[in-house]
Design a protein around this ligand. Sequence first.
Ligand SMILES: [Zn+2]
Length: 510
Amino acid sequence: MVETTIRSFRFTLDPTADQEMNLTRHAGAARWAYNWALGHKIAAYDLRRAEISALIESGHTEASAKKATTVRIPSKAAIQKHLNRIKGDSRRHLPEPQAYGPHPPCPWWHEVSTHAFQSAMTDCDTAWDNWVKSVAGKRAGPRVGMPRFKRKGRARDSFRLYGIGLRLDGYRRISLPRIGSVRLHDSARRLGRLITRGIATIKNVTVTRRGSRWYACVLTEVTDASPPTRARRAGGTVGVDLGVRWLITLSRPLDPAVPDSDTTPNPRWIERDARRLRKAHRRFSRTVRGSQRRRRAARALGAIHARVAERRAGHLHRLTKRITTTFDVIGLERFDLVRASASARGTVEQPGTNVGVKSRFNRLLRDAALGETRRQIDYKARRYGSTVVHLAPGTPTNAICSSCAWENPPPRLGTDRFACGKCGLRVRRAVNSARNIERLTHRSVHVAPDTEETRNARGVVSSDASPAPNATTGKREGPQGSPRRSNPSVTGSTPVESETATSAGIPITR
Ligand SMILES: [Zn+2]
């Protein structure tokens, strides 16, 4: 089966001091371009709102005022065109006030790759569209807010380059336009081989600073899926239960020779560094705003967070790869993460209960990165040719006994044990869930293959063990369910047609 998949490879960069300055400059340019584009959008938006309310006062209805208004939100193309006319050029010594005005906005544009500008403006279009669609209710997932300006030092330093000029320079260097050949901290041999075999092509490279290090995320298009190995076909079906106390519980061990390889305790990375983090926080809060010491303290704090993130990511990648290359069919339970991790604080009128316990639970929940685990299992399964089955939410996998199928009363939050009231089975709750998930997955794949009754439009297999009332109507999905999450950088790399945008010529400024 040959299909095209998007795969990303991330490398740590070892730039020279000059190159590092250059990377910072590119990130600065991207931030500037994003803010410039956003400023034009917001100015036009304010103008549009003012015009609409004036029209309503003069007798229009809201709908007809929206139709009658002539102000449109400019899209990337219009903003770019306008910028190109007035940006100025610091290389020209002749002052040309007629052409650019006395203070051209970015006469330094030629010092950085134009792609840093372009992709930042595309990102701004995407962010704006997401907001507009979210307000209109045309977008799945949690509500998206209005795009905000990126502040230096607050927003992540990042930029994206694409097109020709992006290539590997041997296995230890990557060549970036306008920046040069940057040394890689780790080997790019796997990617290099795919490229030489003609299987992979580089689409774009996102360069990001995290803590004090720079990373390059190379997005490639790969036209090859590894065929399932005999060992994996023999691995059969597995049920996966994701949790907080136990990060991943499988219905059968990863390695038959190691019986306890079916569970992975939550490593609780953030708690491991909790003391260090607290200390760094304290040190940070004792510094004076705007001081050199504060900057240094912030950097130290950021480095700890970056290390936690790094460990978490590495551990998760190893785990999900092993699962997707060991088993043929992987069953997962849908889980509403947004609702589960909402703060328990409640409102002033209706204060929540157990706030402290739940907030710790939520912190662990976020730390466990369940959504990320699912996302990785999903895309790695596609890459390695195994199948993922998502069970509909609401399946009471934690209440049904995996041994005698008797439906027990739902367990209390926080209990770790499962005890069947009928047959007396006593196991860890996650183990019981994982076994149930395996059974339901197995049935949906082998007994009732792809009929309309068992698979709805979203590819969610609903279990017939219990017709959950919200199995198909529960449209609210966690962030992992929204299509944008399936490959965040892909949508960002292709220019997105803006819905509100028309070519209004010159964007409106005030
Ligand atoms: Zn039982």
